[in-house]
Design a protein around this ligand. Structure first.
Ligand SMILES: [Zn+2]
Ligand SMILES: [Zn+2]
Length: 92
């Protein structure tokens, strides 16, 4: 299957691509807009518990940085709006 997020999750390549990964979610840079994002590993909607887990990962890495929803079609997830991107964000 040609889903780049699934391929990334499966590859488990830490470093420039993956900053965190566990059985539920992956923290990585969005290939489309470059902002960090947390994505659910599966093509499914996460449970409330899994969502809380994903928000906790965000808090651990980025503190109170706000989130916006992911443009990904198949994976539930969200972008993290870091300071770096303030003022430079635009809808593409
Ligand atoms: Zn996928
Ligand atoms: Zn993006």
């Amino acid at each position: 299957m040609g889903c780049w997020l699934c391929n990334l999750v499966k590859s488990g390549q830490w470093g420039s691509k993956i900053f965190w990964q566990d059985e539920i979610c992956t923290l990585t840079d969005c290939r489309i807009c470059g902002r960090p994002m947390v994505i659910y590993n599966k093509h499914d909607h996460p449970s409330r518990k899994d969502i809380n887990h994903m928000l906790k990962i965000k808090d651990d890495f980025y503190g109170s940085a706000p989130i916006t929803t992911s443009p990904g079609r198949d994976h539930w997830g969200f972008h993290i709006e870091t300071k770096w991107w303030e003022g430079t964000y635009s809808d593409f």
